[in-house]
Design a binder for this molecule. Structure first.
Ligand SMILES: [Cu+2]
Length: 228
């Protein structure tokens, strides 16, 4: 989760998010390069008199500053497309979780098991404990096994919502009457937080998402306890 003074992206908790962070840094480096060059040119323009008796045209520099940005754009587009298709891939999921957005809570269905479904409401401020995060913790956390490919099915029951976990690099629109699919695998145990990312009404800010990432055997224990 984001903590104080964390200005950039959250640490990646899935391979895809790690790649997204690398891509972000890559683009930032290119932007730094461009900003430096452009600032240098602007300062030079201010400091020069810009008069020459002989210079009428500069074919060479014009060709260069037309082609160079095109090449730079290719260096951004290629890794960007690679990531786009990587994120779209669903590799043989070992578990399917269905999230349904409601005004204003999420409900979850583990379709691989019988009768494993629950609602997940934000813990209200009055019921907070020392260990809960304000506006971020829920009464029922999603429990998922780490290091296993998980398929997410996202939909909504009333209006548009968006199921989001920043540290997994996942953001999927929840649309009534439509199933959206995404997938991820969580690299380490821990608790991951997210919030609805579609302005969905008065309590839009109060329908957080909490994932408890645990080793597979703990997950199986949890499933057997829940379906008792
Ligand atoms: Cu919402």
């Amino acid at each position: 989760m984001t903590t104080w003074l964390n200005m950039s992206l959250q640490d990646g908790a899935s391979p895809i998010m790690e790649q997204l962070v690398f891509f972000h840094d890559h683009v930032l480096m290119i932007m730094l390069m461009i900003t430096t060059t452009v600032s240098y040119m602007m300062i030079t323009l201010i400091r020069n008199k810009q008069t020459s008796r002989f210079m009428l045209e500069g074919q060479m520099i014009e060709t260069t500053w037309t082609i160079a940005p095109a090449i730079i754009l290719v260096f951004i587009a290629m890794p960007s497309l690679r990531l786009l298709y990587l994120m779209d891939e669903v590799h043989n999921p070992s578990l399917t979780l269905k999230a349904v957005g409601h005004q204003w809570y999420w409900s979850y269905e583990y379709s691989d098991f019988t009768k494993l479904e629950f609602d997940s409401y934000m813990i209200p401020q009055e019921e907070q404990q020392e260990s809960t995060f304000r506006l971020l913790d829920t009464d029922n956390r999603i429990v998922l096994p780490m290091n296993s490919p998980i398929r997410m099915i996202v939909t909504a029951a009333d209006v548009l919502h968006s199921w989001t976990i920043p540290s997994l690099g996942v953001k999927t629109d929840a649309t009534p009457g439509r199933l959206n699919q995404t997938s991820f695998s969580i690299s380490r145990p821990g608790i991951l937080y997210g919030q609805c990312s579609e302005i969905c009404g008065a309590n839009h800010s109060f329908m957080p998402i909490t994932i408890e990432s645990v080793p597979a055997k703990y997950f199986i224990n949890w499933v057997s306890k829940m379906s008792e």
